[in-house]
Structure formats: C-alpha cells, structure tokens
Design a protein around this ligand. Structure first.
Ligand code: PNS
Length: 178
C-alpha cells in the first residue's frame, strides 16, 4: 500500500472563506503536504480578486500550517495534479447539493489524470458560507466578519470606498510568506 503524500486542494477562493480554511486545516492534519491551488473558475465571471491577490491572501491564512503551501495555476486541474505529482485532490462538501457536480468533476479528473478526489466536510457552521454569497453581502455593505479570516476581512475592508465592485486592481498589502 502506498501512502498519499501530497494533497491538492483546488478552488477559486474569490475570496478565501472560513469554510475554505476549515477544510485546509482538516486536510493538513491528514496529509503530510497540502497544496492549495488557486485557479480561475471559467463558470464564475467578474472575479473580485486576481489570482495573485487570492494567492497572497491564502498565504497569510495558512502561515500557521507549515505543511501547507499555496500556488496558482491556469488550465486544467487534471494537468496540474499530474505536473506536481499529487496523490489526491481534496474538495470540500457543504451540503448534498454540492455532491452531484462534484461527483462529475471527480470522475472527469480521475479519467484525465488517474488522481482520485477525496471529500472533506467543513464544520457545519460553515455549511452556508460560499465566496459568492460573501461577495454579494460585502458588496451590499453587509457584515462578513464572521465568515472570512481576519486577514481577508482587512483586505476586503480596504476595498470599501475604492469602488469595490468596479475596480481594476486592489492593494493587497500583505507580505509574501513563501
Ligand atoms: O472554488 P470553486 O470555484 O468551486 O472551484 C472549482 C474549480 C476551480 C476547482 C474548478 O472549476 C476547476 O477545477 N477548474 C479548473 C479547470 C478544470 O480543470 N475544469 C474541469 C473540471 S473537471
């Protein structure tokens, strides 16, 4: 039996949420190495943050977890996981409604790459938290402080007043950690 060494947790993370972080921490307890892989989701237009900004925010969030690193990639997840020799893909499941599309993704990714997908459930308290909902609440002036890591909240607050819904770039003034 070979052990799974590197898990890849892909997502669009626009922005990273407490639900994402919950899944990352669970994965980091199970696998020796976890790569959080940021990618554009072609289904989701008009992202709030660039891939680079999302990657930077995630790096700050995962700083306490030495076996977690963050990258971004373009193109197919199946090509990426083969390229980095990943042993497993991690996906978070919030509710049964996520499962149907995730099952199709998992089958497709296994067909294309041979890499299996494992599902982790975030804490039930995050079952309704999604990046899309966070963005909608934020852009309408709602309080998102309970749903995103504090470092992400600070970046999002810095958008307020700078035309968050219609900006070209954001000043993600966060240090590069790795
Ligand atoms: O956080 P999301 O947006 O739900 O994550 C979806 C994501 C980005 C993981 C998915 O769209 C993806 O894998 N995109 C990369 C392109 C790709 O491989 N598409 C085919 C999926 S079977």
């Amino acid at each position: 039996m070979t052990e799974a060494r590197q898990a890849v947790y892909p997502g669009s993370f626009d922005p990273p949420t407490n639900g994402h972080l919950d899944v990352i921490v669970r994965a980091a307890k199970i696998f020796p190495r976890v790569t959080v892989a940021v990618v554009a989701n072609p289904q989701k237009r008009d992202p709030l943050f660039s891939l680079d900004e999302r990657e930077k925010m995630l790096r700050v969030c995962v700083k306490p977890y030495p076996n977690v690193r963050v990258e971004h990639f373009r193109g197919l997840l199946a090509d990426y996981v083969r390229c980095v020799h990943a042993d497993v893909i991690i996906k978070g499941l919030r509710a049964i409604s996520d499962f149907e599309s995730e099952m199709a993704f998992a089958h497709m990714n296994r067909s294309l790459s041979g890499v299996d997908t494992m599902f982790l459930m975030s804490d039930a308290s995050y079952s309704f938290v999604s990046s899309s909902l966070i963005k909608e609440v934020f852009l309408q002036g709602g309080d998102i402080s309970g749903f995103v890591p504090i470092s992400v909240l600070e970046v999002m607050k810095s958008l307020s007043g700078s035309g968050a819904g219609n900006r070209e770039s954001v000043n993600v003034d966060l240090p590069d950690h790795r």
